[in-house]
Structure formats: structure tokens, C-alpha cells
Write a protein that binds this ligand. Structure first.
Ligand code: TRP
Ligand code: ZN
Length: 865
């Protein structure tokens, strides 16, 4: 018997198993846009023919939503058909069994489009977002990724800049203020990669010559006044183009590459062919306005979208169930790139922290789903940490399992075999099987089974032989009560008691539920370093002594596992103090303090080690051990650990801070970012001791945004910083991206019991804008991330969030649904909080007119209890 999830009962559910090729092929698409805010006309001419691979009879179903159909012609003859809510059906008896041309003329209202899907307006500029199913809000079309066609586009309007995919064919500007441009994209593509931008924009330009000699014009288009904040994004783009040539042998394939920055955007960015569209916060940066984290994220997202040109665009997905085919691979590629640009160890630690915070959390709750889901109601709800981050982990594991050389060969084969096609996970795995001769059917379970495997380890030592016994078990997830053993590559090294390396890293490949592995010829009982580099996305469960962890923290040659030893020590210490077990604080400090003092160690690494486990992470750790987490107690335990650390480092702090003081101009590189991150972490500790004096001075002296935010955070965490907040707002009032930080920080740093009040007040601020996803996220994303604040016992934050999700849902369902994941952990809390959250979820789900997006999310969350 298999359990069912709510989506299976929803009549709107789409199934992977129902995939059928589309009835027709589209050879060419000609689009003409006559732009106008409330009455944009879109004329489409589709050159189609029956698909020989699809069984007849060939009825033609076109997707289309919120379109006013003005006329419809088949081979020049008017057809009188009426569309329904979701599209238009042309009966088979009207269709020739040969190539034909279908022409539609529709009218749409970009200015009223607050969902930011399809054609919409942002600050007076027209732009599009078509992934996943936005093109159907632009014109009638088979809006599915396996229908690939050549597009040519004519844009008529009044804006000086008119952009679309591919190469510019012609452009004119008339004296009457009317403008016109023609674009032609030589590469067949699915509709979700279509893009159009029109506005009063200026370009930051550069050039790139590919290794085979193609000259490419690069342009980043922004609003007047933002030109001087594009240099970092451009630099990142050029490095990405070079890296993809060097590492994957992939060259760019058009004469022009455009990036546009848009203020109102649902996600990070979008890889439209030759015309990437970005959330402006992931393009614009200057030392004065962007933090080191912003610079790093811009570099990664620019790379990510650029890399999609091959992994996503040239080779796309057959259907949306295969989303991880492009996203997992492209995330993996951007992670490799950032590691090469910066530090592999630091990048890995950060990526794993994100994976645990987002994906493990998702996998352990009611929203758990496989990397390749088998059904969905609203595809936008599956752009998740599981598809993206766990999807990338699967590729990392594959690479470890087959080796670097076979990985490179498999990718070459993938690119040559599937170029120009819409592919599946089966196609992806087959290139690895063909290159290596290995059977990957067991590995494929990683794609179909949800849940985070637990890896239990026990060991023994006898007569020079060290034996490790590995056991795996994956807890049930919604709809999947029983799991099977996975292929798990476990990287293991052995240390001697003095910390020296006894045995270099060896990959143990676990394929059974339980297996043992031996290391022979040892003179002493080793200390194992298990799951080096986090070689698999699993939870390692092993009883380890504090001494062993301290030894690994001090000596492991694998920097990831050094970090991991420090993290698990801190976590155990906090869990112990929260569950009435013996105090481990002193042992933790004894192990940690020397690492922080070690000025020969990379500052970035020390900054990471200093970071205490997050409150949500601790709540999960407690729930895992069968203890109901108490958010207020977690907050206090973490606070007091911070105080103890500050006290233990009291005499070192002034010297360490002075040693990190930097008078050189700001450079957003890894070395500088590492120094500033350590400085920020130490400044926060110093504030616990000096009443915020050092932080206030740092705020006054700050000449870059990283330093400003570090100082302000230290002050707010200390219950101070009101004057500084006012000064900050006075200085940055006119800058949307910077002001998001102002909104976000106040809520992120709100003391327990204050979060609802502060968030509520901020929604009344004249600059709060429900229609801007960045601003909404700055307030409500931050509220959800403030664990003790959000879980205030009277449920005030739950209520506030539910109220605002309902308001947002009428305007922008996609973002409302995404932020509703704030509630996904509800089953882990006490009965009173559970009841409060369930009441809010029930209230949302009972609201008439709820979007498909939010209703699916709320339904899945409610099904947990
Ligand atoms: N494909 C985009 C990326 O990963 C994601 C994306 C951007 C998106 N905008 C979207 C997905 C809107 C769904 C809806 O880079
Ligand atoms: Zn992507």
C-alpha cells in the first residue's frame, strides 16, 4: 500500500507518467508586439505541421490564459472559435494533415500584470518572465519545453531600447517618438526561453572573443543612474564565459549577449536565450551599496544564468518533471565556478550549510518531494531546494563515483548527443552508463525517492585492522512510506591520535542497507574522518567523543571536516544544554578558541567556524532526538553560548580586530571578504562586552556596505542601533536595493516578542510595497527566518504572515506560495503552536479564490497532521 499526498486527489494534478509527445511541431514563430501598457497587441504566426512521432488524430490544443482573442486564421482563413479559461482547441477536422500556418491576434494588459509572469511592467519598463508557464499569458501557444521553434520578433513601441532573443536584424527610431526593432534567434528554443524588454535603458558594454574567434558584444542594461554599478556583473560574466570554455569546452553561440536588471522579479534571474533578465539586486553592486555576500551571489548567479546557455537552452528539458536536469547541473556548474574563483573549501562549507538549512528542512517536513517529482499541481512550486541544491549534490556524487575523467567524457557525450533536444534524466544517466559501462539503475533512486538518508556508523579495531560498519536508512516522506538503499559514496580518511594522517581519503561505496569496510596494517586505533568534503547529502549519525571532535577540528587535513567537527561540537553542546544533559561548554571553548586565535588559518574559515548553529538547525536537531523544540529556550541557549565565547576571547578580541583592520580600498575578492567576515563575527562578540562601543565606532567609520551592515547588525543584536538605523535610512532612502537591507535587518535582529510588532510597523512604512517581491521578502522572509521571533508563543507572527500572504496571493501567487514555506516545519513544535499554525493554514485554505499556487502549498502542509 502506498500513502497518497493531497496533490494526487487534486483534479488539476499533472503526472509524469502521462507524458505524450505534442501533436504538432512548430518550425517557426513570428511575433509582432505593438506595446501599450493597457492594450498591448500580440500577433503570432506559427508555422506548424503534424508531429510524425505523435499518434493521431491531431487535434491542436494551444495554451492561453488571460488573453483577449481578436482574430484567428488558419492558412489565411478566419476561424470562429472561442477559447476557454486555459486555452484554445482546434478540432482535428479543421486541420490539414500537412504543414499549415496559424495566425492569432490577441490583446493583453502588461500594466495590470502584478503576478510578474508573462509580459509585465516594472518602473515603466516592459519585461517578460516566461518560465515555467508564462508564455501562455502572451499568446496562444503549445507552452511546453519539448516544443522547440525558431523565433523572430518585431517590437513596436515608444521606448528607445527594444530587446528580444538572438541577434538584432534591424532597428529604427522615428521622429514621432515611435520605435521599432526586429530580432531573430537562429537557435530553436522552447517558449519558456522567450524574452522581450522595452524601456528607457542605458548599457554598460564590453566585448568577448570566444576561443574559436567569434566576437560577442556584451551589454548590461539598467536604468539611467545605475551604469556605474555594473562593473562587477560584467567582470563576472566575462570570467564565466572563459571558464565554461576552459572547463566544459562550451562556447557562446550568438553575436550578442544582453543582461537586463529589473526591480520587480519573482526569483533571482532567468536564462532567456541571449537576453538574461535579472532581479536588479543580483546585478547592481558597488562597494558603497553591496556587501561581500552580494558580490559573491552576483558572481554565482551571473555564472548560473550564463551556464544555462548550454545546460538548459541548447539542451533543454523534455517536460517540467525533468527540471533538475537543467537546474541541478547548472547549480553544480556554478558551484564549481565559484570554487575555482574563490576557495573550494569555503565554498563547499557554505553550500552545505545552505543545503542543510533549506533542503534538509524541506526533506524532513510535509513538502518533501523527490529531485524528480512524479506529480505537481503548480510547477512554480517545484523550483525548490530539493530540485536545485539536492539536484546538484546528485551530480557531485556521480562525479565522485565515476571519476573526473569519465565525468568529462560523459559531459562531452551529453553535449554532442543531445544538443538541440529536449532531454530527460534517463538520457542524462545513459551518457554516464555508455561512457563507463556501469549500471546506474540503483543510483537513479536518488532521483525518485525523497528524504534524507541517515548514515549510521560504528567501528572496531583489532589486530591492526580497523573496521567501519555503515548502515543506511531513509525515513518515510509524504507518499513514500518505504525507501530502498541508495548508492552512497562515503569519503573516509584516518588520523592518528597525534593528528597526523594515517590513511589518505578513500571512497567507500555503500550500496546495501548495511556494509562493512576494513583498513588493515594499522599500528594504532585511528580516528576516522568520515564524509570528507560532504561526499553525499546524508545525515551522519555517529556517537563521537568530544576528544575526537576536538582532534579533527584541530588537525583534519580535510577542511570541510574540520569545520564539521567544530559545528558538531557546538551543536552537541547546545543540544546538551537544552536537553538537561551535562554541560559541554568548556570542552567546546577549549577546542574552538585556539582555532580562532590561529592567525595562520584562513580568516574566511575562522569566520565560518565562529558561526553558531542556527536556531532552526537546533530546533531540527532537537526534533530528531525526540525533543520538542522550545524556540525561546533555543534563543537563550544560543545567546549564552555567544556570551561565553565572547568572554573566553575577551583578551584576544581587540588584537584580533586590530589585525584585521584594513585601510586598503575595498576589493570584492575572496581574501578581502574573508577578512571582513571574520572582523564582523568578532565585532559582534566584542559588542557583547563593550556595550556596542566598537560597533558604533565601526559604523561611523564604515566606507563600504559590508562594514556598515556588520556594524549595524552587531548593534541591533545588542538592542542598540536606533540612531544608526535612522542615519542609514536618511542616506539610502532613494535606493530600493539598499533599503531592502534596512527592512530586513530590523526584523532579522528583532528580539523574541518584538518581531510581530516590528514587522507590522514596517508594513505601514510608506516604502513598504506589496507589489515588489524583494521588499515583501525583506520583511516576511526575514520574519520567517527569525526563529524565536516568528514562533512567538501567542501566534502573532503566524497571524500576521497569513494575513499578508492572503493579500499578496491576489496579486502575486508565485511569491506568496514561496514564502508560505515559513510554515513547513510546523509538525515539529508543541501542541499549542501546532494548533495556532494549523488554524492559520486552515484559514488560508478556506479563503475563496485562492490561487492554485498557494492552495497546493497549504494543502500539502496541512496534510502532515
Ligand atoms: N530558471 C531560472 C533559474 O534558475 C529560475 C527562474 C527565474 C524561475 N524566474 C522564474 C522559475 C520564475 C520559475 C518562475 O535560473
Ligand atoms: Zn537555473
Amino acid at each position: 500500500m502506498t500513502a497518497t499526498t493531497p496533490s494526487e486527489h487534486d483534479p488539476r494534478t499533472v503526472w509524469l507518467s502521462d507524458y505524450r509527445p505534442f501533436s504538432h511541431l512548430v518550425d517557426r514563430v513570428e511575433l509582432t508586439f505593438r506595446l501599450s501598457p493597457l492594450r498591448t497587441k500580440v500577433a503570432a504566426r506559427l508555422h506548424m505541421r503534424p508531429n510524425p512521432a505523435a499518434p493521431g488524430p491531431h487535434v491542436l490544443r494551444l495554451d492561453g490564459e488571460e488573453l483577449r482573442l481578436i482574430s484567428l486564421k488558419l492558412d489565411g482563413a478566419l476561424l470562429d472559435l472561442t477559447p476557454d479559461e486555459t486555452g484554445l482547441t482546434i478540432p482535428g477536422d479543421l486541420l490539414p494533415d500537412a504543414p499549415f500556418t496559424l495566425e492569432t491576434l490577441v490583446e493583453i494588459d502588461p500594466a495590470e500584470n502584478t503576478a510578474l509572469e508573462g509580459l509585465y511592467m516594472s518602473n515603466g519598463m516592459y519585461c517578460t518572465q516566461c518560465e515555467a508557464q508564462g508564455f501562455r499569458k502572451i499568446t496562444f501557444y503549445p507552452d511546453r519545453p519539448d516544443v522547440m521553434a525558431r523565433f523572430s520578433v518585431v517590437i513596436e513601441g515608444e521606448a528607445p531600447v527594444l530587446l528580444s532573443n538572438g541577434n538584432p536584424v534591424a532597428g529604427t527610431a522615428g521622429a514621432d517618438g515611435q520605435t521599432r526593432a526586429e530580432w531573430d534567434d537562429p537557435w530553436p528554443k522552447p517558449a519558456y526561453l522567450f524574452a522581450l524588454v522595452a524601456g528607457d535603458l542605458v548599457a554598460h558594454r564590453d566585448r568577448f572573443t570566444t576561443k574559436s574567434g567569434r566576437d560577442v558584444d556584451l551589454a548590461i542594461w539598467v536604468r539611467q543612474g545605475d551604469q556605474d554599478r555594473c562593473a562587477w556583473a560584467m567582470d563576472s560574466l566575462i570570467r564565466s564565459m572563459k571558464w565554461d570554455e576552459e572547463v566544459y569546452g562550451r562556447e557562446y553561440d550568438l553575436d550578442i549577449f544582453n543582461i537586463v536588471a529589473v526591480d520587480d522579479f519573482n526569483m533571482g534571474a532567468m536564462e532567456n536565450k541571449g537576453l538574461n533578465i535579472f532581479n536588479s539586486k543580483f546585478v547592481l553592486a558597488s562597494p558603497e551599496t553591496a556587501t561581500d555576500d552580494d558580490f559573491a551571489r552576483i558572481e554565482a548567479i551571473i555564472a548560473h544564468e550564463y551556464f544555462h546557455n548550454w545546460t538548459g537552452n541548447r539542451i533543454t528539458c523534455r517536460d517540467w518533471f525533468q527540471l533538475c536536469l537543467k537546474e541541478g547541473l547548472t547549480v553544480f556548474r556554478d558551484q564549481q565556478f565559484s570554487g575555482d574563483m574563490r576557495s573550494h573549501a569555503v565554498k563547499r562549507i557554505e553550500d552545505v550549510a545552505l543545503l542543510r538549512a533549506r533542503q534538509f528542512r524541506e526533506d524532513q517536513g510535509p513538502l518533501a518531494h523527490p529531485v524528480r517529482p512524479e506529480s505537481f499541481v503548480e510547477i512554480n512550486n517545484f523550483y525548490t531546494a530539493t530540485v536545485y541544491e539536492k539536484g546538484a549534490e546528485l551530480i557531485r556524487m556521480l562525479k565522485v563515483l565515476v571519476g573526473d575523467q569519465a565525468y568529462a567524457k560523459a559531459l562531452d557525450l551529453y553535449f554532442s548527443r543531445h544538443d538541440g533536444h529536449a532531454a530527460t534524466i534517463e538520457d542524462w544517466l545513459r551518457v554516464f552508463e555508455d561512457v563507463t559501462g556501469q549500471d546506474l539503475s540503483q543510483f537513479k533512486r536518488w532521483y525518485s525517492e525523497a528524504g534524507t538518508p541517515r548514515l549510521q556508523v560504528s567501528d572496531s579495531f583489532e589486530n591492526g585492522t580497523y573496521r567501519l560498519v555503515l548502515r543506511q536508512h531513509t525515513p518515510p516522506t509524504p507518499g513514500q512510506p518505504v525507501k530502498s538503499p541508495k548508492v552512497i559514496p562515503v569519503a573516509v580518511g584516518l588520523l592518528a591520535q597525534d593528528g597526523s594522517e594515517l590513511h589518505p581519503t578513500r571512497i567507500l561505496t555503500l550500496t546495501e542497507a548495511e556494509q562493512s569496510f576494513e583498513f588493515t596494517g594499522l599500528n594504532e586505533r585511528p580516528v576516522p574522518s568520515i564524509l570528507r568534503g560532504f561526499s553525499a547529502p546524508v545525515v551522519l549519525e555517529r556517537e563521537t567523543s568530544v576528544t575526537e571532535r576536538a582532534l579533527l577540528l584541530a588537525h583534519d587535513s580535510d577542511l570541510f571536516n574540520r569545520y564539521e567537527a567544530g559545528r558538531s561540537l557546538a551543536r552537541e553542546m547546545l543540544v546538551a544544554s537544552l536537553s538537561g544533559r551535562p554541560d559541554l561548554q568548556e570542552a567546546w571553548l577549549d577546542a574552538l578558541v585556539p582555532v580562532i586565535r590561529d592567525v595562520d588559518l584562513d580568516p574566511a574559515f575562522r569566520a565560518l567556524i565562529l558561526r553558531l548553529p542556527g536556531e532552526d538547525d537546533l530546533a531540527q536537531a532537537l526534533a530528531d532526538r525526540g525533543i520538542t523544540p522550545d524556540p525561546a529556550a533555543i534563543y537563550l541557549a544560543r545567546r549564552s553560548a555567544g556570551d561565553a565565547l565572547a568572554a573566553a576571547l575577551a583578551r584576544d578580541l581587540p588584537g584580533l580586530l586590530a589585525g584585521l583592520q584594513d585601510n586598503r580600498p575595498f576589493v570584492p575578492d575572496a581574501a578581502g571578504a574573508g577578512r571582513r567576515a571574520l572582523h564582523a563575527a568578532l565585532l559582534a562578540l566584542q559588542s557583547r562586552l563593550d556595550g556596542g562601543q566598537a560597533a558604533a565606532a565601526a559604523f561611523a567609520a564604515a566606507d563600504n556596505m559590508s562594514a556598515t551592515i556588520a556594524a549595524l547588525t552587531a548593534l541591533l543584536d545588542n538592542g542598540q542601533g536606533q540612531a544608526e538605523l535612522t542615519a542609514f535610512a536618511g542616506k539610502w532612502q532613494a535606493d530600493r536595493n539598499v533599503m531592502d537591507k534596512w527592512f530586513m535587518l530590523q526584523i532579522a535582529c528583532a528580539a523574541p516578542g518584538k518581531a510581530a510588532e516590528i514587522a507590522d510597523a514596517l508594513t505601514g512604512n510608506a516604502d513598504f510595497d506589496l507589489k515588489n517581491p524583494n521588499r515583501f521578502r525583506a520583511v516576511f522572509g526575514a520574519l520567517a527566518a527569525n526563529h524565536a521571533g516568528f514562533h512567538q508563543a501567542d501566534g502573532a507572527c503566524y497571524r500576521l504572515l497569513a494575513d499578508w500572504l492572503l493579500r499578496l496571493d491576489t496579486l502575486n501567487p508565485q511569491t506568496a506560495a514561496r514564502i508560505s514555506t515559513a510554515f513547513e516545519t510546523w509538525p515539529r513544535y508543541d501542541a499549542a503552536r501546532q494548533a495556532l499554525i494549523r488554524a492559520e493554514l486552515t484559514r488560508i485554505s478556506a479563503t475563496p479564490g485562492l490561487s492554485r499556487d498557494l492552495s497546493e502549498m497549504v494543502g500539502r502542509m496541512l496534510a502532515a497532521g
